[in-house]
Structure formats: structure tokens, C-alpha cells
Design a protein around this ligand. Structure first.
Ligand SMILES: NC(=O)c1ccc[n+]([C@@H]2O[C@H](COP(=O)([O-])OP(=O)(O)OC[C@H]3O[C@@H](n4cnc5c(N)ncnc54)[C@H](OP(=O)(O)O)[C@@H]3O)[C@@H](O)[C@H]2O)c1
Length: 341
């Protein structure tokens, strides 16, 4: 496993993170499977584990906390969690207010059985709370030693820029990371956010790097659930995979990647993950898996790099997609590199 610098910080994280919304989740992995997956991930050298207070209604944090305590591996891990999603029925059980953040961190630490997380993220933007209130509350979390770094997830570039400005002028802990969706067929992050993060040396962690399974090539345009080695859980999760990915443009990309994979002998998963990982400005993709055989197969794909000749064809496929889809995407970020002087 290779390790990369986490944005401008001195911390080193594995070039791939593992995301845990499947753990302890009835639609994902039961506790025993979750523990096996976590063991496999850590044994492979992945040190960045991503969770959130809302994953599996808090059960993902609980399963991780118990596993890390039982195995004594807490200090091997760069542990990320998030706050902001609704976690209860009360008026303050949601949002990025000072009230919810300061309660939320304590609840997460209790479930995770640790005295700090390495990274604490605001899960999505909260239009009802002033950004300054959120930034000041996160600064207090850092000063209390409950999180080492803070950041955001799913924020627009202008929202992140506002937070960076507020922390800069007030000498507060600044957002060191943004976590957002990014893959070959959902490359919108490259429009504004990644160039901002390159300029400001903010870490970018990319969720759904395999398009939540779409870029493994196991789905078909008919929408019928294919009988594959790995099956699918989309039906149980409200069909977001179909809403985000099932269109003619994206299936065309999958077929091009499949042909390239067959011709070159490089697994599709390798091509999809390497494209994300090699995009300038991306710190690490966050991979998901709900079964041990899935994580093993993904780790196998990650055990080697595809040659540059093959990757240049993957970039061509990605660029053609960006040019042909009805949504206007920018030129790939390679072409809009900014000097970081
Ligand atoms: N901040 C946010 O708002 C946000 C949003 C989404 C995700 N995330 C984070 O990012 C993590 C990863 O997201 P993701 O699950 O969308 O990532 P992904 O890596 O693109 O997709 C993972 C999914 O693909 C399928 N899969 C995994 N390995 C496979 C293999 N070897 N062969 C075939 N299929 C395989 C599994 O789904 P099936 O078995 O169902 O096909 C698995 O759950 C999450 O766990 C979470 O930590 C964050």
C-alpha cells in the first residue's frame, strides 16, 4: 500500500480509504462480516476508515468502535466521521449548528469507543446555520482534542471557499478536506471544487469511485437485477444507483471500459479506481464493499497499476463522456491545472 500526504497536513493516509455505510447495516454486512471486512482492509494497509453518525443509524460507528477496541488497532487508523444528517426526531437532531455539532461529536466518540477522531466532517451544507457558527464550533471540537482535523462533505466550491475565508481571518481550525462524489461518469467535482482544493491544498476524498458498483460492469441497461457473483442491493436502498447511473451515456462508457479491459487484461475496477486516484488534486478514492469477497476482489484489482498506455485510453473515454453528455462538464482537471506556486 502506498501512502499520500493528507492535503497540506503532515498526516499520511493510504492512497485508498474504506467507506463503511454498509457495516452493521441490514442492507449491507452483519456484524461478523463487518469485522472480517475491517480486518481484511487493515491487513491490506488501508489506514483511512470513513464513517458517519447516520450510517446504519449509528450502527456503523458502533461496529467499528467495538472492532477497534477488541483488536487494539485504533492507533493504526485515520478515523473519519461526520455530523449533519438527521439522527433523531428532535428539532436539534440535525444540521450544522453549534448545538448539534457539540452534542454530535460526543455521541460519535461514545459509539466509536475513542477519545478523538482524526477527521470530523460536516456531511452536507446546512443553509439554515451561518457558516461562521459551524466553523467556530468545529474549531472548539479541535481545541478540545476531540478531532484532529475538520472539513466538509458535499459542499459547493463557493461554500468551501467561504469556510476557508472565515477560518483564515479569525485564526480558526480550517477545513483540511472535502469529501464528495467523483468517478468517471460523475466527474462534476472537477468543475470548481478540485481546482480550488489544488490551489488551497485541501485534501479531496472521492466517494463512489466505482459508481456504487456501476463501474464494475455488473449492471445492465434493462434495469433487471443481474445474477452475478456479487448481486445488488440497490432495490433495497431506494434505487439511487439507477437514478444516478442508468442512462445511455453512462452505459456506453461501461461498454468502452469493458472492451478496453478485455483487450488489455486490466480489471475494470482497476481502471475506474486508478482514473480517480490519478486525477490531480484527488487525495484518495473511498471504496465501499458489503462482502468479504468484494473487498478481496477490489484489493486484488488494486494490487497492480494499469500501464500508462491503457490509462491514457481510459482518460480518452472519460473525456469523450464529458463532451457527449447533456450536462456540461469541464475539460478534465489535467487540462485545467493551476499553478500552486
Ligand atoms: N459523504 C457522502 O455523502 C457519501 C455518500 C456516499 C458514500 N460515501 C462514503 O463512500 C463510501 C463508498 O461509497 P460507495 O459505496 O458508493 O463506493 P463504491 O466503491 O463506488 O461502490 C461500492 C459498492 O460497489 C459494489 N462492489 C464493491 N466491490 C465490488 C466488487 N469487487 N465487485 C462488484 N461489486 C462491488 C458494492 O455494492 P453492491 O454489492 O450493492 O453492488 C459496494 O457497496 C461509503 O461507504 C461512504 O463511506 C459518502
Amino acid at each position: 500500500m502506498r501512502y499520500v500526504q493528507f492535503g497540506r497536513t503532515g498526516a499520511r493516509v493510504s492512497e485508498v480509504a474504506y467507506g463503511t455505510d454498509n457495516l452493521g447495516n441490514p442492507y449491507g454486512a452483519d456484524e461478523e462480516t463487518s469485522r472480517q471486512i475491517l480486518g481484511t482492509v487493515l491487513d491490506a494497509g488501508i489506514n483511512h476508515i470513513d464513517t458517519a453518525d447516520s450510517y446504519a443509524d449509528g450502527n456503523s460507528e458502533k461496529v467499528i468502535g467495538k472492532y477497534l477496541e477488541d483488536s487494539g488497532r485504533r492507533n493504526e487508523v485515520f478515523l473519519t466521521t461526520k455530523v449533519r444528517s438527521r439522527v433523531g426526531d428532535g428539532p436539534n437532531d440535525v444540521g450544522a449548528s453549534r448545538y448539534h455539532i457539540l452534542n454530535g461529536i460526543d455521541e460519535s466518540l461514545r459509539r466509536l469507543r475513542t477519545d478523538h477522531v482524526d477527521l470530523y466532517l460536516i456531511h452536507s451544507f446546512d443553509r439554515t446555520t451561518p457558516v461562521e457558527e459551524t466553523v467556530r464550533a468545529l474549531d472548539d471540537v479541535v481545541r478540545a482534542g476531540k478531532a484532529h482535523y475538520v472539513g466538509c462533505s458535499n459542499w459547493a466550491a463557493w461554500q468551501l471557499a467561504q469556510a476557508l475565508w472565515i477560518s483564515d481571518v479569525n485564526n480558526l481550525a480550517r477545513f483540511e478536506c472535502i469529501q464528495s462524489e467523483f468517478n468517471i461518469v460523475r466527474p462534476g467535482l472537477a468543475v470548481e471544487t478540485i481546482p480550488l482544493c489544488i490551489q488551497e491544498k485541501v485534501a479531496v476524498t472521492a466517494y463512489s469511485p466505482m459508481g456504487s458498483g456501476f463501474l464494475t460492469g455488473k449492471h445492465s441497461p434493462s434495469g433487471a437485477e443481474p445474477e452475478t457473483k456479487f448481486g445488488t442491493r440497490d432495490a433495497e436502498r431506494g434505487g439511487s444507483l439507477k437514478r444516478k447511473y442508468f442512462d445511455e451515456y453512462r452505459f456506453e462508457v461501461v461498454e468502452k471500459l469493458r472492451a478496453l479491459s478485455d483487450e488489455s487484461g486490466q480489471p475494470m475496477i482497476r481502471l475506474a479506481l486508478q482514473w480517480v486516484r490519478e486525477t490531480p488534486g484527488v487525495t484518495s478514492p473511498i471504496i465501499g464493499a458489503r462482502r468479504v469477497d468484494q473487498i478481496e476482489s477490489t484489493l486484488d484489482a488494486l494490487s497492480e497499476d494499469a500501464p500508462e498506455g491503457v490509462m491514457s485510453m481510459v482518460r480518452e473515454i472519460a473525456e469523450e463522456f464529458a463532451a457527449s453528455t447533456p450536462v456540461t462538464y469541464p475539460p478534465p482537471v489535467q487540462a485545467v491545472q493551476i499553478s500552486t506556486g
